[in-house]
Design a protein around this ligand. Structure first.
Ligand code: ZN
Length: 208
């Protein structure tokens, strides 16, 4: 796996996903992060998740790998060298409670194995990404299908915001938001992440 420093994530970056959860559409990117211990490879084997903490939702996302320390002015292709697909797993019931209290989302977003990642591949550029649909299938049925044309904040804006607030450096990765179709996982589910027709990773869910 490529070296990963920090894991940054964007919330509600596809309008139809914000609406499916009854959330307002944000006027600037919602940013959060995950501990690096949350990272786990989708390599075909079983991945364990906490049972008994309410629903755990899958959020399929494009993940960008930052190749160098990001300057103030840049082109996406200059600072992103590789991409992957990932799942930002979310303890949805816990997140709702945290939101109600105005607390940070970390407990609902940062648990072990909450950041699934495929192998990285060479970034095809922003225009290249627009040509390809990314999708998640659960037990053989497509449950999420996205294209970056539907992002509210594009890769450039997402990188600019992360850089402004946190400073982005070589080795950081960004989960860039999920399209609609998020939903709960159950023990024994098989999830498969696809870039076009190309399966980039899969795994089986085990609930403790
Ligand atoms: Zn997400």
């Amino acid at each position: 796996m490529v070296e990963v420093k920090n894991i940054f994530c964007i919330g509600r970056n596809y309008a139809n996903h914000a609406l499916e959860l009854g959330n307002a559409i944000p006027s600037s990117p919602i940013l959060f992060s995950k501990p690096t211990h949350s990272l786990v490879k989708a390599d075909g084997s079983e991945i364990r998740y906490p049972g008994g903490r309410g629903e755990i939702h899958h959020e399929l996302e494009i993940v960008l790998h930052i190749a160098k320390d990001v300057p103030e002015s840049f082109e996406v292709e200059d600072v992103v060298d590789q991409m992957a697909l990932g799942i930002d797993f979310t303890l949805r019931d816990e997140q709702s409670k945290l939101k109600d209290k105005g607390h940070p989302w970390l407990k609902a977003k940062g648990f072990p194995n909450s950041a699934v990642i495929t192998d990285f591949w060479a970034f095809p550029g922003v225009e290249g990404c627009k040509e390809v649909e990314f999708s998640l299938s659960k037990n053989g049925e497509t449950v999420q299908l996205g294209n970056i044309r539907d992002m509210m904040f594009d890769f450039k804006q997402v990188i600019e915001h992360c850089n402004y607030y946190f400073g982005l450096k070589k080795g950081d990765i960004i989960y860039t938001g999920t399209p609609e179709g998020v939903g709960p996982i159950r023990h024994g589910d098989t999830l498969s992440l696809r870039w076009g027709q190309d399966e980039k990773g899969s795994f089986k869910v085990a609930l403790d």
